[in-house]
Design a protein around this ligand. Structure first.
Ligand code: SF4
Length: 516
């Protein structure tokens, strides 16, 4: 029996379930760079280059093991227009008896794969993706009967189940969560570690030329390109993180600094999300660093919580709730995405810096994504589909299963609180406390109304007032609502008038004084 294993571009690991039982004497692997997948949102140029180069290197590594790989490139004379066309051509060439895939990461692609048996008249075996700690079925069992799905309880269950950072039945250090110690602003003069970068080889250089030719109009700078695109280089990035960065990962996790997008963040998510690194190995390395005294517990617990907790949780939620989840819009947000999310041209320095980092690196860290670009989209009521398409396009690590719940549930509260117990709305004071952005801004975070008022201040109070019918009973918002209620009617009227003027100006970007 001849098997054709079809691998998707985010399944670049040798122990992917689809390759289990592979017989090099008879079987073949098919991989394809597909035009539709590179364009369904206008992906950042570095993101396209990263995925295509990692795919080409992975195909080369398989071929070096004498595995037959049918690889279609975008610059072939007749490139594949879509995944189904790519498979159809591979079937015509290899005449397999069956198709084997590992379940794809996106609901959209799984729905497509499920049409393949009928379309091709061949059995299609869809294997589970065992790169994750938690299967879709296990997550559904955990979620059954719950009214809301708080990550913290899922995370504790996963710690118990895996034994990671456990001492018998108890969490290491006597606490599940060291988050309260991970919110320190950066002390002046603290220099974050240099990032490990990887010079493009000939394969990557060919991909960079291809991306410049075909996707030159997409968002973002293509170079300098320093991502790892092989398993060996991704492992080197992991070792660099463990040795140089992890010890400081915890303390300043929520801090932001102009021109320093990486700070003490791992920046391993692109490698995890395409399969160059595994979730189990990165957690094991971090835990070993704590057990040998090379990194403190608050840093290691914070990192493990991101990988074992958040990452698994958002994937479970994605598969549990899709496709209906994406259609929810509890706050009735309908505003178009402001044009400056693409251009970066705004006098609000926090946004300009976060978008400049995104443009240059295809990366900004989680607090920039949640509390700057996400917070602004929440406060201004950007339509969920618009802001979600932006996040999916602009980050090298963005794949829908991880991007959509993070944006939809966490950043913009479109699910009405299924994920988060309150919206992550914040005024300028938060951004000022956690960053150095405000010092160089046209606006002043201490000013609440008038031409110098930080827009986040106006928008924050306007947001709470507007959404009182939905949010007013939320106990975690009781204090800000009490503050709002203590304001004089005149002050509230001024906030409303100025916030409305600002929101109207958002759709007229040339408006002088407000948004020019
Ligand atoms: Fe952002 Fe307001 Fe600070 Fe300017 S003053 S950087 S708009 S938070």
């Amino acid at each position: 029996m001849r098997t054709l294993v079809f691998l998707f571009g985010d399944q670049l690991c040798r122990d992917i379930s689809a390759l289990s039982g592979f017989d090099p004497a008879s079987d073949v692997v098919a991989m394809a760079e597909v035009d539709e997948e590179t364009r369904y949102v206008p992906h950042h140029k570095q993101k396209i280059a990263f995925v295509l180069s990692a795919m080409r290197h992975f195909a080369e590594a398989l071929a070096a093991e004498s595995i037959a790989v049918d690889y279609r490139r975008l610059d072939d004379p007749a490139p594949a227009a879509c995944l189904t066309a790519a498979l159809e051509a591979a079937i015509a060439r290899h005449r397999p008896d069956r198709i084997v895939v590992t379940e794809p990461g996106e609901w959209r692609v799984l729905a497509l794969v499920q049409t393949w048996p009928q379309r091709f008249g061949l059995p299609v075996e869809i294997r589970g993706d065992d790169r994750f700690f938690c299967t879709r079925r296990d997550f559904a069992a955990w979620a059954a009967g719950r009214k809301d799905y708080r990550m913290e309880f899922f995370y504790r269950a996963m710690r118990r189940r895996t034994g990671l950072l456990m001492e018998g039945e108890a969490p290491a250090g006597g606490r599940w969560n060291f988050d309260a110690e991970n919110r320190r602003p950066l002390p002046p003069g603290l220099r974050p570690p240099e990032r490990r970068r990887f010079a493009p080889d000939a394969t990557t250089r060919a991909v960079l030329d291809l991306v410049e030719r075909r996707f030159g109009d997409h968002f973002g700078d293509l170079e300098p390109f320093g991502w790892a695109v092989t398993r060996d280089d991704a492992l080197a990035a992991l070792e660099h993180f463990i040795a140089e960065v992890l010890p400081g990962f915890g303390d300043h996790q929520d801090a932001m600094k102009s021109g320093a997008p990486f700070l003490f963040h791992a920046v391993l998510s692109p490698y995890l999300n395409v399969g160059l690194l595994g979730a189990r190995e990165v957690c094991a390395r971090a835990e070993a660093a704590w057990r040998t005294g090379a990194a403190p517990l608050n840093a290691v617990e914070g990192f493990v919580r991101q990988v074992l907790g958040w990452r698994e949780y958002v994937r479970g939620l994605y598969w549990l709730m899709m496709p209906d989840y994406a259609a929810s819009n509890r706050l009735g947000a309908t505003r178009p995405l402001p044009g400056f999310y693409w251009s970066g041209e705004t006098p609000m320095r926090c946004l300009a810096e976060a978008i400049a980092d995104t443009r240059r690196h295809g990366y900004s860290h989680h607090i920039q994504r949640l509390m700057v670009t996400g917070n602004f989209a929440l406060l201004t009521g950007v339509a969920p589909a618009e802001i979600e398409a932006w996040y999916l396009a602009v980050y090298v690590d963005a794949f829908e299963w991880v991007e959509l719940p993070n944006v939809h549930g966490m950043a913009i509260f479109a699910d009405g609180g299924l994920m988060a117990s309150k919206p992550y709305a914040a005024s300028g004071a938060y951004i000022d406390r956690m960053s150095d952005y405000c010092g160089g801004c046209r606006y002043d975070p201490a000013v609440k109304t008038g031409p110098r008022a930080c827009p986040f201040n106006l928008l924050y109070w306007h947001f709470l007032a507007e959404h009182r019918p939905v949010l007013g009973g939320n106990p975690r918002l009781a204090m800000p609502y009490r503050t709002l209620d203590r304001m004089s009617p005149g002050r509230r009227a001024t906030i409303t008038r100025e916030a409305v003027a600002f929101l109207e100006a958002l759709e007229r970007p040339a408006e002088p004084g407000l948004f020019g």
